[in-house]
Every structure is written in structure tokens, then in C-alpha cells.
Design a protein around this ligand. Sequence first.
Ligand code: SF4
Length: 317
Amino acid sequence: MRKGGLRLNILSVFDPWDSPLCYCPFKFSLNPYTGCSIGCHYCYATAYIGLKPSQAKKNALNRLLRDLAKIPPGAIINVGTSSDPYPPEEREVGLTRALLEALVPAGFKILITTKGVLYATRDIDLISKGNVAVTPTITMLDEAKARVVEPLAPSPLERIKAVELASRAGVPVGVRVDPIIPYVNDDRYEIEELLGRLADAGARFIVTSTYKARPDNLARMREALGEIGEMVYRLYREKGVKMHGYIYLPRDMRERLLRPVVREAARLGLEYATCREGFRGREWFNAGSCDGSHLIPLRIKPRRLAERLDKWLGASG
Ligand code: SF4
């Protein structure tokens, strides 16, 4: 891929489909897999890459090593922006682990976004030594509902335990309570309980956003969620507004959906942000970044980083 003057192979410059409502800092994306077996019905990525199971990218490690020589030491690399890096297959395949084994010692700033738990239950030895923060997604507490909406993701309870494990190991955790879907996970009391559990587990930051529909994911939601799916479908069809390629709910509805999340985060003393809503002001955003990249610790100091990178690239090839 060529972007911003760089010829990259497996990395790409993060650019959420050209949305002017994205306030993320400059960063690179790394998706070890293409497709995603977790199969969330609301998944945005399927509109671009289709609905297919996770497939490990071929020759990924060599491609990554070549790309790393071209990007600045200390750059932010967000692992898992359009395909989960810890799908069920990762347990056997180990590709994400292999790529992190290259990235972590080289000192890049790494942000891992996932619905999986292996970052904590298997890879914590590695990520706790590096410049790594994690932003797992946990959308709701209700196990049965989560099983329908996010079929092959670990249960919310397992994901909260992973947050606790990572926090205890000193890895900063922000949680994506994202997306909030009307009628599905917008109950104020459930949101408050979820945030309380996340704060107890050690999460420091919450990022949230409303569900923005695309025709394909809206059809999946309608089919999978029965009566509730029909209500979601009608709401977006009747009230939705097309913005930047998505169907957004009107602003007043989106504010109503997200206010319980940001208010509870503020009450609990957590940092919070909203994602791709176009909301500004302290009510919606009090964190150092919207994606959690401000949480990334510098365990490998910038001064040593270039040396390490040179040495490591020399040794690898
Ligand atoms: S885990 Fe992420 S990439 Fe995978 S299906 Fe769910 S939303 Fe899509």
C-alpha cells in the first residue's frame, strides 16, 4: 500500500474510511488477520472486506519487518483496527503473538484493540514489558445478549477478568464501550453497572460511540435480533441520517444514548471520550486521546529506541 509517501506492505496509515469525525492521532494499523470469525452483527468492517472467517495474512512477519524499517522509531501501531487480532484461530495459529514478539522489543508504541482475552491470559508476559496499552471492547454485561450480538467473542465476564489481569500486570487498559445500540445495550442501569465493574477491574479510560449503521450490518442486526432487531432497523430507517457513508441517528438521540456512559465514567473518576460523533467539549471528552493511545507507557525510552531498532533490524536480516 502507498499512502502519505510511504510504500507499506502489511502496515497501513490509519484512516477510518476518510471520516472527518475521527480525531485519532496519527498512527499505523496492523491487522494480522483478514476477515473476522467473531462475527459481531454490527461490525463495520464487513462493508469493506466482506463477511468471512479470520484468515492469517501470508508471510506476515517478513512483511512487517520490512515495513518497520520504513516507519519512525516510536511510532504508534494500533493492532486490530479492522479485524480482531485475537479471534478463536489465534490460539492455534499464534500469528499475533509472533508479530508482537517482533514489535515489542523494537520499542514501537503499541495499542491492542480486541474482543479476545489472550492478550491477558497468554501474552501478558510479553506485552507487560513493552510500550503497550490495550483497549478491549466490552459492550454489555448481559451474557445471553452478548452471545447473540457478538457470537464468537469471549463472554463479557471473561473479558472483564482479562482487564483485571492486564491492569494487575501493569498494562494500562482503556475499554471500548462501543457501540451503544438503541434497545440492545442502552439501559442506563446496565451501563452504570458495567462501568463500575470495569473501574473495579482497573480500567482507566472509556471510549464510547453510537452504532452507525451500514446496510449490510443493519440487515444482519434485523435478522439476528428478532423483535428488537426490527425496532433497531425501523429506527435507523426512519430517523437515520446519512453521514460520511454511515447512517447516523440524529444528534439529540446520540447524545441521549452516550450521556449515561460519559456521566458514569466522570462520576467514577475515569477518563472518557466519544468516537466519531463530532461531539466536542468536556461533557464528551476529557482524555488525552480518543483511542487510548495516550495510555501507552514508555518502558523502552526513546533514546534507546533507535539503537534497539537498528540492532534488531540488523540481526533480522
Ligand atoms: S471483533 Fe471487531 S472486526 Fe471482528 S466481527 Fe466484531 S466488530 Fe468486526
